[in-house]
Design a protein. Sequence first.
Length: 387
Amino acid sequence: MTGDWQFLATGITGAFSAFHLSLGHWLVAGMRKLRPVDLVSASALPTATVLVAARNEVKNADSLVASLLALEYPREKLRIVVVDDRSHDGTGEAIRNCGQGRIDVLRVEICPARIAPKKNALMMGIRSSDSEIIAVIDADNRPDPMWLWSHASRLQGSVGVSTGVVYHARNPRLSDSFQGIWAAEIFNYAAISAGAIGNGFPLSANGGNLVYLRRAFDQAGAYARNLGIVSGDDDFLVQAIMARTPWRVDFAIEAATQVPTQGPVSWQHAWEQRKRWASKCVRFETPQLLLLSTTFASYCWVLLLAILGFSHHACWGMAAFLWGCMWLLGWRQYSTGLDIFGPKVRKSWFPLAMAMQIPLAVAASVLGTFGRFAWKDGAVRGGALEP
């Protein structure tokens, strides 16, 4: 490597290192800005619709219904809607049978072309509601009885959206190492989301734990800009609400707002899931896209340095330095998240999850954006279902 190229490589490495150290400080500072809120009285609670889009979820029907019926919320102000999205395993019937007449089941027979199935199901549920707030949860998530009340208490003043942590519940059928890696990764995503929202710059939210004002949803234009994209209904919505409405996005820290979910059950499942998550990012709002693009470029750079190191050993030192800065960033935000939200995962799984993160993120981003991956309804290319 010539002196000029080494000087340039050192400069790029230094710039990316400074970026990650600054980003880590910013995210940690954002998480520390988050505050608990007091519960409002029952009389002050808004009317609410809890909305679940379910496709072939009969295995989860009993536990889902039990958790929904256990929600602490004034019954005259609460409506529960499950949208049976073209299921062929009896999901709708199972939920209706054990719902004690308190759950409305809507059926999607046909999904219109060029509309993502989940967005179509959610919009059907929203159109059927005249409630002040919409609370969205996934069919494999199990909210705390005070989940809705806690989130609704945040929707005061200029706050139009409240989201929170989704974490992997322990699955005794999976190995500790497999579950630990993915539990650490999803928790790190939650910490990043919390830090960004704490700074007034929402990057993402989890659609399995999202509560918002109906009028904020309408003012943001709902899902109009990304109707055909199979993933990202949650991320697109919080970014649009922040960018196009006067409403703010908040991240809840109370224990009751944290929702357990089922994680991936195989390496293949995890890989397809990561490609799906990555496929939406190129359609983010411009500021968020610029931040993620810089992060992606830094990941590509550290991988390139690692490869070049076989012929130019100095590159290995640069790669190690940059990766160390990334690791420090990740460790600070991960540890801060555990301090704020509680020990949902073990710290010991972080190093292995971090070692996988860079190659996994690069490969998933490239293949999710430009390649093909599997989803419930078939194959997806370019973020949208293939005809």
